[in-house]
Design a protein around this ligand. Structure first.
Ligand SMILES: Cc1cc2nc3c(=O)[nH]c(=O)nc-3n(C[C@H](O)[C@H](O)[C@H](O)COP(=O)(O)OP(=O)(O)OC[C@H]3O[C@@H](n4cnc5c(N)ncnc54)[C@H](O)[C@@H]3O)c2cc1C
Ligand SMILES: NC(=O)c1ccc[n+]([C@@H]2O[C@H](COP(=O)([O-])OP(=O)(O)OC[C@H]3O[C@@H](n4cnc5c(N)ncnc54)[C@H](OP(=O)(O)O)[C@@H]3O)[C@@H](O)[C@H]2O)c1
Length: 242
């Protein structure tokens, strides 16, 4: 078990925080992996949850993008942390949302809802992780325009290379309005990106709401795009946040 000290707590949008910590020198990870963060409260067992690292592996800072889940046990407490506060980091980094597992194609699509953007921020900031792909399309689904704008700015600030960036909103209208699976099914998403998603040229990483990841996975299966399994290659990797 290690201890992390909060360096900064920045509001990206209402209920969405970017937390920056010192990075222990003996703790490493690959872009796309998650850490187990925890806090102990008086007379309670410490509570741990998984959080994808949102900073590049080569950065000295360990950043996370945390959604304040209303009524949640840990996330409201993480979002209320102040500089100097300490939390626990349990064990090594873990997770298989690694772009290297879906080689090939020339366009990599990174599709997220809400804080599911976190692992993609780590990949976009990293100088090496996405080198194989000549084009990167990032798609972010949010409830509100405020969150879409906050995540759009964060993505552009962090990316170390050019990226085609689309945001969609579900509870307010915007240039792209609707849930991502619906926008994919109607063709609106690909029209907005100016690119098609297909097994030959595209690879896709998904992270966020489990209903979203499941629906997109089902839609793309019909196009012959599947996850790698039992040594067989694939085009899609999925991480659901709950
Ligand atoms: C591999 C992995 C990586 C993760 N990475 C992140 C991350 O980078 N950022 C992050 O904020 N969360 C992330 N999570 C979710 C995180 O582990 C917690 O589940 C979340 O913070 C809620 O914890 P809690 O104790 O506050 O709520 P709990 O009391 O445990 O309530 C859980 C409920 O909160 C909702 N919920 C959980 N996570 C989210 C979320 N991210 N956005 C919206 N609603 C949610 C769901 O309805 C879920 O059933 C990740 C989960 C996994 C499995
Ligand atoms: N001030 C605060 O503390 C604050 C502020 C904002 C939010 N919150 C909390 O944050 C949590 C919600 O976080 P979130 O909005 O990032 O998560 P979310 O509810 O998973 O929604 C993220 C996006 O995914 C979409 N979505 C949901 N289910 C889907 C499905 N089955 N298929 C496809 N798309 C789907 C949503 O569309 P829909 O809109 O259609 O569901 C939304 O656009 C709640 O606990 C909320 O109370 C807190």
């Amino acid at each position: 078990m290690q201890s992390l000290t909060l360096l900064a707590n920045r509001s990206v949008a209402d209920g969405l925080h970017e937390l920056s910590f010192n990075k222990p020198t003996d703790w490493s990870f690959q872009a796309g992996q998650f850490a187990r963060l925890g806090m102990a409260f008086s007379e309670e067992e410490p509570i741990f949850r998984a959080y994808s690292v949102a900073s590049a592996p080569e950065s000295d800072t360990l950043r996370f993008l945390v959604k304040n889940v209303t009524g949640g046990q840990l996330s409201p407490r993480l979002c209320a942390l102040r500089p100097g506060d300490r939390i626990s980091l349990d064990g090594p980094a873990d997770g298989n949302l690694l772009a290297s597992r879906v080689p090939g194609g020339h366009t990599l699509w990174l599709m997220a809802t809400g804080s599911g953007l976190a692992p993609f921020l780590a990949m976009l900031e990293s100088a090496d992780t996405l080198r194989e792909w000549s084009e990167i399309v990032t798609v972010i689904g949010c409830r509100t325009r405020e969150e879409a704008e906050g995540l759009r700015r964060l993505t552009l600030d962090r990316s170390s290379r050019p990226v085609t960036l689309l945001t969609a909103t579900t509870r307010e209208t915007s240039a792209l309005t609707g849930r991502l699976p619906d926008l994919l099914q109607s063709g609106e998403l690909e029209r907005a990106a100016g690119k098609t998603l297909n097994a030959d040229t595209s690879r896709l990483l998904l992270c966020g709401n489990p209903g979203f990841t499941q629906s997109v996975r089902t839609l793309l299966k019909a196009r012959g795009m599947v996850s790698p399994r039992f040594g067989k290659p694939g085009q899609i990797l999925v991480e659901a946040l709950w």
